[in-house]
Design a protein around this ligand. Structure first.
Ligand SMILES: Nc1ncnc2c1ncn2[C@@H]1O[C@H](COP(=O)(O)OP(=O)(O)O)[C@@H](O)[C@H]1O
Ligand SMILES: [Mg+2]
Length: 756
């Protein structure tokens, strides 16, 4: 819908060439019903102006098809009445070409910053050449909507491989020529033995030598070329597969990740790479080798039908063995892969939860689990090794027969005079016969792996074929959000759960409200915030943002409109500044400092030796819990969201930083709707309204004083908490506690209540 940034952005940005370029792309995409948001664009490092390739990636990520290319005027003008084409200008901005008129020699350009109704202006070749650098970006709607959503199965892989038409064609062609060239050495041997040695013909030898040299040169060059080509094809496939798989992973809803163990997800995901290795390595090579068969077999039949049939029979027997063993092989291979995945899950869990493992002294339990899983792995690996050893054992005599035995048969045939072959032909046959066996043997190997791959594919499919959020992420409205919230008869049950987490929630607050959420642990406070962010989307009833049904709003847009701070926030490895911007483009150090100040983090950051450049280690071990929390708040406020959610955000803070954040809360809340979940009521007294939750129901919603008067649950909670100024008293029963293991926060809890 409406995607124009606010007018004040417009005036300051409209001079910026990059902004104009982005807006041209937005307009061109809009023509195809693809809604882009300039804020989604991630600039490429080192690029002064976004290149067509970077822009194309942006469009593709949002569900369109885009291609950057360099065009000459003569081509451009022949495009005729096209959908809008983005022309890159030399100054870094861009124009929008909406049509051409070859007869008059002009193209029609429209101002990217004006609406679709704005009349286009005619531009001729000379004038365009002054501004246009020759690059264009063509945008299309994706024909096959489901491509990004395509199921992850063998068919998908095959389609992907077939898409590399040109590369494949070249590889196939060179392989065929190579196969044909491979016949010649055998034929030459035949000639050397039969003509040169038998008849002592020096002249033949000389001409044969020349022939051999030329042939060898060809063969060397060609196999170099083929290797190079297949390398290109396979790395391209590789990149495509990785990209697609990772995109799928990112577009899975959060709920999926919550239901599954991370270790398992990782294990299954990495199965993709096993499939990839297979498709781009073994499969491709074997298929190419198989060509040899088609070329060599006729020659063999030409030289000696009897021996050719024998060779074929032996080769057939190899195939038969493989087919017979296949079911057993597939069972074992499948087991082996699954046990390995299970063991990897244990590994991952242990590393990820090492803090808990160490503090609870769980090393032995973990070790036992690892031992058991390793034993499984060992057992199945042994079984599958044995299986392939058996196959080898059965196959190798046949292979030997093709390679060596056949010469004995041939000699016998010559001796008994039942074949008209000569000695040279015999040698040649032996050489070529070997070429028949080896692709067949590798085909057998291939069959073994096919099963492994099928298992891997299924495992990967369990993760990647889950329903994604892609549709909600790329479609829907992008309204300008003010922040009025309303819940109408909202009911929600977590998937797989028996009890409702939310029961008939009804309330609404105007934009700019500071809303507190209180209630016992498990009463549904976090669930409310999750519904708001579109994390859980299968609720009943209506949830409206500024009167618009939440389901109609583009999910990216929705989530970006929220600044969210949770109790435990993940900081990425990088500097403090990186963590506050979180890699989002377009923030200057001034923005970072402003956000840090708002979050009450400025003062501690500046005390650090490297200031905003201080490096944060994995697991943020080098800063305290309170500092981490304030960084998280800074990270949330930097984008100036119209809605903020703080879910137990200050629960883990020491009293000093809590006081700092609370003091800033009013300032942070200016011009935004805030939803603050806290079990410490004292930090919510200043809220415009406080919603009291109990067992998934909304008990009451009113300001602090009113609640104190009329809401029993609230009064009880309030009294419980304010009694513990006296350290002997109990601390509010089953309310949730911070799981922080940092010392200061625990000690800070009690005095924290006194702050107000
Ligand atoms: N991801 C989840 N899957 C299933 N049930 C959940 C999930 N998250 C929360 N619940 C359940 O929903 C109810 C409300 O939880 P929550 O909103 O997190 O409570 P609060 O934030 O008030 O402590 C609880 O009974 C909890 O067990
Ligand atoms: Mg909660």
């Amino acid at each position: 819908m409406e995607q124009r940034p606010s007018p004040e952005d417009e005036s300051s940005e409209s001079q910026n060439p990059v902004y104009i370029r982005l807006r041209a792309v937005v307009a061109a995409a809009h023509f195809h019903g693809i809604n882009l948001d300039v804020r989604d664009f991630a600039a490429e490092k080192g690029e002064k102006f976004p290149s067509p390739a970077t822009l194309a990636r942006w469009v593709r990520a949002q569900g369109g098809v885009a291609k950057g290319m360099r065009l000459r005027w003569s081509y451009l003008i022949r495009l005729g009445n096209t959908p809008p084409v983005v022309l890159m200008f030399k100054d870094g901005s861009a124009g929008l070409m909406v049509g051409t008129d070859p007869a008059r020699g002009i193209v029609w350009l429209r101002d990217p910053l004006k609406g679709e109704g704005d009349p286009p202006v005619p531009v001729d070749q000379l004038r365009l050449a002054q501004v246009w650098n020759g690059d264009v970006l063509l945008i299309k709607r994706r024909r096959d909507e489901s491509e990004a959503e395509a199921r992850f199965d063998l068919l998908w892989f095959v389609k992907l491989v077939l898409r590399e038409k040109r590369g494949l064609r070249d590889v196939i062609f060179s392989s065929m020529v190579l196969s044909i060239l491979q016949i010649f050495p055998a034929l030459i041997v035949m000639q050397v033995i039969d003509r040169v040695v038998n008849y002592h013909s020096m002249a033949t030898l000389v001409s044969l030598t020349g022939f051999v040299v030329i042939l060898s040169v060809y063969e060397v060059l060609l196999s170099y070329g083929r290797q190079e080509l297949s390398l290109v094809v396979s790395t391209r496939l590789d990149a495509r597969i990785s990209l697609h798989a990772f995109n799928r992973l990112l577009s899975l809803p959060l709920e999926f990740y919550e239901r599954q163990q991370s270790g398992e997800i990782l294990g299954r995901f990495s199965a993709v790479f096993r499939v990839r290795d297979f498709m781009t390595g073994q499969l491709l090579n074997t298929m190419l080798d198989l060509f040899v068969l088609f070329v060599v077999m006729p020659v063999l039949f030409y030289m000696s039908p009897t021996m050719a049939w024998l060779t074929l029979a032996a080769a057939g027997a190899i195939g038969l063995i493989v087919v017979i063993m296949l079911p057993a092989v597939s069972r074992v291979a499948g087991q082996q892969i699954r046990t390995e995945m299970r063991r990897n899950a244990t590994l991952y869990e242990t590393v990820a939860g090492i803090r808990t493992v160490k503090t609870l002294a769980l090393e032995n339990t973990r070790r036992t689990e690892w031992d058991e899983r390793t034993a499984d792995v060992v057992q199945w690996r042994l079984a599958s090794g044995r299986m392939s050893n058996w196959i080898n054992t059965f196959v190798s005599p046949l292979n030997m027969f093709i390679n060596r035995g056949i010469i004995l048969v041939g000699a016998y045939l010559i001796l008994t005079g039942s074949d008209s072959m000569q000695g040279g032909a015999l040698m040649a046959f032996m050489m070529l016969g070997g070429r028949v066996a080896s692709p067949l043997v590798s085909l057998a190997r291939l069959m073994e792996t096919v099963n492994e791959v099928t298992v891997s594919l299924n495992e990967a499919g369990m993760v990647l074929n889950q329903p994604t959020e892609t549709k909600a992420l790329t479609t829907g409205m992008r309204p300008k959000i003010k922040g009025a919230l309303s819940f109408t008869n909202v009911n929600f049950t977590y998937p797989g759960s028996a009890n409702k987490a939310l029961i008939d929630i009804n309330f609404s607050v105007p934009a700019g409200t500071m809303l507190g959420l209180v209630g016992r642990s498990g009463s549904g406070k976090s669930t409310i915030t999750r519904l708001l962010q579109g994390v859980s989307r299968n609720y009943e009833g209506y949830l409206r943002l500024d009167g618009i049904d939440l389901r109609e709003i583009n999910l990216h847009h929705l989530r970006r409109s929220f600044g969210v701070v949770l109790q435990d926030n993940f900081l990425f490895r990088g500097t403090i500044q990186d963590n506050i911007t979180a890699g989002r483009p377009g923030y200057t150090i001034d923005d970072v400092v402003r956000a840090a100040r708002l979050a009450g983090a400025e003062e501690f950051i500046e005390r650090m030796p490297a200031g905003y450049e201080t490096w944060i280690e994995e697991g943020s071990t080098n800063i305290s819990g309170g500092q981490r929390q304030r960084l998280a708040i800074a990270r949330a406020v930097i984008s100036d969201p119209k809605l903020m959610i703080l879910d137990e955000a200050t629960s883990a803070l020491d009293p000093e930083s809590e006081a700092l954040v609370n003091a800033n809360l009013q300032r942070i809340g200016k011009g935004r709707t805030m939803v603050i979940v806290s079990h410490r009521l004292s930090s919510l007294v200043d809220c415009d309204k406080i919603a009291v939750m109990d067992h998934g129901e909304l008990v009451d919603i009113a300001p602090h004083e009113v609640l104190l008067e009329r809401c029993e649950i609230y009064r009880t909670l309030w009294l419980q908490q304010n009694r513990h100024i006296n350290p002997g008293a109990s601390r509010g029963g089953d309310e949730d506690r911070a799981d922080e293991d940092g010392g200061p926060s625990e000690q800070g809890r009690l005095p924290g209540g006194e702050n107000k």
